[in-house]
Design a protein around this ligand. Structure first.
Ligand code: SF4
Length: 479
C-alpha cells in the first residue's frame, strides 16, 4: 500500500533545471506548495553517503542517513551498487570545491544507475556548477539539506538536474544532528550558521545566519547517544559560542544542562571563538564533572593589524588572556589553535609579528590553513596578495612550530595518570585513543578495551605512532 506524506514549506525556494550545457530556467515555489511523496518508492532501496569537510557535515550526513533509513532506505553494503547516492560537499577553499567535483564524478561512475543528490556548502554557493556535472539528478541547498526525503520523488534519473536552494538570508531551519565516527565518539550539532562575516570567509553565505537547537532537544540527543552506548560527545557548530540566538538561551546554560546527563563519560567543546570563550565557561569546564580540559580556539593571525583586516572580533591581548586563564586553572589542558597563513594584507613584517606572538603562547597544537581566495568575500578588496611560494613557506614554518609544541606538551604528560577512551581497531592492530586532555595514546590490541574508559599511566612517546604509550591500564568501574 502506498503511504503518502504531505509537507508544506515555509520558505521561498528557487528552482533551476539545468542540463549539461547549463540551460537554466528559474521558477519560485510558493510558500503554500504541498509536496506529496509516495514512500513505497523507498522500499528495498539502498544508499551510499559521501561527506567532505567538517564534523558538522558528518553529523548532518548522519541525520540524512537516519531520515532515509526511517523511510525504508538501507545503507548499501561495500561493493554493492546503490539506488541513491548522497554527496555532502564543502566549499571552504577552492581545493574543497575541486575535491567535491572529483567525489561526485567518482560516485556517479561507481553507481551509474543511482539517483544522485548533492548538497552542502558547495551546493549552496555554486549550484549551477554542480548541476552541470552529467549524472547529477538533484542539487539541494543548505535550507533543504536536512529534508532530502521531501525532495526525492520517483527516484528516476533525470535528463536535467533539478536545483533547489534558498537565498542565504532565508536559511532558517535547524535540525539537531548527531554522528558517530566509530561508535566511541559522537558529534552533536548544537548550532549552525554565523553572523560574523569575517572578511576571508564564505561560511555565512553558505550556511546562513546563526541559529541553534533548544537546550531541551539537545539534552534529548545526548540521552540518545547514551542509549546507543556512546561515551564521548563533541559539541559542534559553525560558531558554537554564539549559541542561543534562536531560542533565547545561552551557551553556558547548555553546558550546565548537558553536564547533568547521566551516562555521558565526557564532552569536548570543539572550536570556539576566543571572544565567546568567557572566563565563566573556562571556570565551568574546570569544575565540571564531564567537560574535558580541552580547548580549541581560532586565532587566525598573531598580528593585530591582520586581525583587523580579517574583521575578527578580538585582538592578540584578549587571545593571550584566554590562553593564560586556561593554563592557570587547568595546567594540563590541551589547547589547539587555528591559524591562516597568506591572507591578503599579511606582509612579511606582519607574518613575523604573528609568528613571534604564536611562539610566545603556551598552546599544544596548531592547525595551519593556507588562505585561498573566495569569490564574494571582502578580503578581495585588500591590495596586498601573498604569492603561493611565500604562503607555502609560512605554512611550513608554523607546522614545524606546531610539531615542536605538541612534542613539548606530550613530554610534559609523561608519567601522569589519565583516562583514555580506546577506539575501534582492526584485529591485531595497535589500538589508539585519547585522554581527557587529548593526548593520543597507543596500546597493544585488546578488544575488551574498545569503548571503555581506562585508567592509564602515560608512557614514552613513539614518533612512528605519533602517540604516547599507555601503560599500567586499569578498567574504570562502570567504564
Ligand atoms: S566566525 Fe568568521 S571565520 Fe568563523 S564561520 Fe563566522 S565568518 Fe567564518
Amino acid at each position: 500500500m502506498a503511504v503518502f506524506l504531505y509537507f508544506c514549506t515555509p520558505v521561498l525556494i528557487i528552482i533551476f533545471r539545468c542540463s549539461a550545457d547549463s540551460f537554466i530556467t528559474a521558477r519560485f515555489r510558493s510558500d503554500t506548495f504541498n509536496f506529496m511523496i509516495d514512500q513505497s518508492v523507498f522500499q528495498n532501496k539502498t544508499a551510499v553517503y559521501f561527506t567532505l569537510g567538517c564534523k558538522l557535515n558528518f553529523a548532518e550526513t548522519s541525520a540524512i542517513g537516519r531520515q532515509l533509513l526511517h523511510a525504508g532506505v538501507t545503507r548499501a553494503r561495500k561493493g554493492q551498487k546503490a539506488d541513491i547516492c548522497v554527496i555532502n560537499t564543502c566549499s571552504v577553499t577552492e581545493l574543497a570545491d575541486k575535491k567535491g567535483r572529483q567525489a561526485i564524478r567518482k560516485v556517479i561512475q561507481e553507481n551509474p544507475a543511482a539517483f544522485v543528490v548533492v548538497t552542502g556548502c558547495y551546493a549552496q554557493l555554486k549550484p549551477e556548477e554542480i548541476a552541470s556535472i552529467k549524472g547529477v539528478d538533484l542539487v539541494l541547498g543548505a535550507e533543504q539539506k536536512l529534508d532530502v526525503v521531501k525532495y526525492l520523488d520517483d527516484l528516476h534519473k533525470k535528463d536535467k538536474s533539478e536545483v533547489v536552494t534558498s537565498k542565504t538570508h532565508r536559511i532558517r531551519s535547524f535540525v539537531p544532528s548527531v554522528s558517530a565516527d566509530d561508535r566511541t565518539r559522537y558529534f552533536l550539532k548544537v548550532q549552525d550558521g554565523c553572523d560574523y562575516f569575517c572578511s576571508f570567509c564564505t561560511i555565512p553565505f553558505a550556511r546562513g545566519r546563526s541559529r541553534n537547537g533548544s537546550i531541551a532537544d539537545l539534552v534529548l540527543q545526548a540521552q540518545q547517544v547514551v542509549e546507543e552506548g556512546g561515551k564521548e560527545i563533541v559539541l559542534t557548530g559553525v560558531n558554537i559560542g554564539d549559541f542561543g540566538h534562536t531560542t533565547k538561551e545561552n551557551f553556558i546554560d547548555l553546558l550546565k544542562a548537558l553536564d547533568e546527563v547521566d551516562g555521558v563519560e565526557r564532552y569536548r567543546i570543539s572550536s570556539i571563538e576566543p571572544n565567546l570563550l568567557t572566563d565563566e565557561i573556562i571556570d565551568f569546564v574546570a569544575s565540571s564533572r564531564r567537560f574535558a580540559p580541552h580547548f580549541h580556539m581560532p586565532l587566525q593571525a598573531g598580528s593585530d593589524t591582520v586581525l583587523r583586516l580579517m574583521k575578527r572580533k578580538y585582538d592578540t591581548a584578549l587571545f593571550r588572556h584566554k590562553v593564560e586563564k586556561i593554563k592557570k586553572i587547568l595546567p594540563h589542558a590541551f589547547i589547539g589553535v587555528d591559524v591562516i597563513v597568506g591572507v591578503r594584507g599579511e606582509t612579511d613584517d606582519y607574518f613575523s609579528e604573528s609568528e613571534a606572538f604564536i611562539r610566545s603562547l603556551d598552546f599544544s597544537q596548531l592547525h595551519v590553513f593556507t588562505y585561498s581566495e573566495r569569490p564574494g568575500t571582502q578580503a578581495l578588496q585588500i591590495d596586498y596578495a601573498v604569492d603561493p611560494k611565500t604562503k607555502h613557506a609560512r605554512s611550513k614554518t608554523l607546522l614545524d612550530l606546531s610539531d615542536e609544541k605538541l612534542h613539548q606538551f606530550y613530554e610534559s604528560q609523561k608519567g601522569t595518570r589519565r583516562k583514555v577512551l580506546f577506539e575501534h581497531t582492526k584485529r591485531g592492530q595497535r589500538m589508539h585513543g585519547f585522554t581527557e586532555n587529548y593526548v593520543k595514546l597507543y596500546a597493544d590490541y585488546d578488544p575488551s578495551f574498545v569503548n571503555r574508559i581506562l585508567d592509564v599511566e602515560v608512557g614514552e612517546y613513539d614518533g612512528g605512532e605519533m602517540a604516547m604509550k599507555a601503560t599500567t591500564m586499569k578498567v574504570q568501574i562502570n567504564g
